[in-house]
Write a protein that binds this ligand. Structure first.
Ligand code: SAH
Length: 235
């Protein structure tokens, strides 16, 4: 089973975009994941091929029509398609590393990219769309959110990353932010490398990395730190 993403968008030319480069691009070439786009406008019915209309109740902006979007979703959904249907939405559940793992282990995703003021609520309800947000800010459309989410998912698909060990200690995997990194040269503008890292003592190195990860998390992300501490107490 290969992870397959189908992205419904008014701007298919935005894809694969950055997903065609580097790690995800190579993985795509090697057939480790698939990406297709569907142009929502192809499902419009009037001669102007319009996909949006004014909001019921009045107010600013335009809303993506439920009937047109539903047709696009139905066309993207194959026979017995088990893929979750996701709507990129600032009102959604925040996307996390845990969600990236969950999706990477599944068959793929159908991802709807909103535009304008958003989409008609009836298509969210009628097609059981799971709303996911990539953060507390407003983008002009769902495409960059979809790319962000797919980038995080694809690197977790087995075989995509060469050194899976490097993934295990990464920020959010352990519940902590990752420790700082250093490499050559040994001295840069008068700054050296912490002595412990050149000591060859693997136990001390592991202890230093753990304590740095804890210090950074405590200082920068009290929310993560609280959850980490609570998790430790439960064990
Ligand atoms: N009026 C809406 C914002 C619409 S922005 C509101 O106030 O909630 C237009 C589209 O961009 C949305 O439908 C969604 O698909 C996408 N989008 C904007 N910000 C996003 C975010 N933080 N996460 C995911 N998608 C987002």
């Amino acid at each position: 089973m290969t992870f397959k993403a189908t992205v419904l968008t008014l701007y298919p030319d935005m894809f694969p975009g950055p997903l065609g480069q580097s790690l995800s691009g190579r993985a795509h070439e090697n057939g480790l994941w698939q990406l297709e786009t569907s142009q929502i406008r192809e499902f419009a019915t009037d001669k102007h091929r319009s996909v949006d209309d004014t909001p019921a109740g009045g107010g600013a902006g335009m809303v993506l029509r439920a009937d047109i979007l539903a047709k696009a979703i139905d066309a993207a959904t194959g026979e017995g398609d088990q893929r979750p249907r996701i709507l990129m939405s600032p009102r959604g559940k925040p996307f996390t590393q845990a969600k990236a793992h969950e999706l990477a282990e599944g068959p793929g995703a159908i991802i709807v990219c909103g535009r304008f003021e958003g989409v008609d609520q009836r298509v969210i309800d009628g097609r059981d769309l799971e709303e996911i947000s990539i953060g507390d800010y407003i983008l002009s459309g769902g495409e960059i959110g979809a790319i962000t989410m797919l980038d995080a998912i694809v690197r977790l698909i087995p075989g995509v990353m060469g050194n899976m060990e490097s993934a295990d200690t990464e920020s959010f995997e352990t519940g902590l932010l990752e420790h700082p990194h250093y490499t050559r040269p040994a001295e840069f503008e008068g700054r050296g490398i912490p002595e412990v890292l050149t000591s060859g003592n693997h136990k001390r190195i592991a202890e230093w990395r753990q304590s740095e990860a804890e210090r950074l998390t405590m200082e920068r992300r009290p929310d993560l730190w609280r959850r980490y501490i609570d998790g430790q107490e439960e064990v």
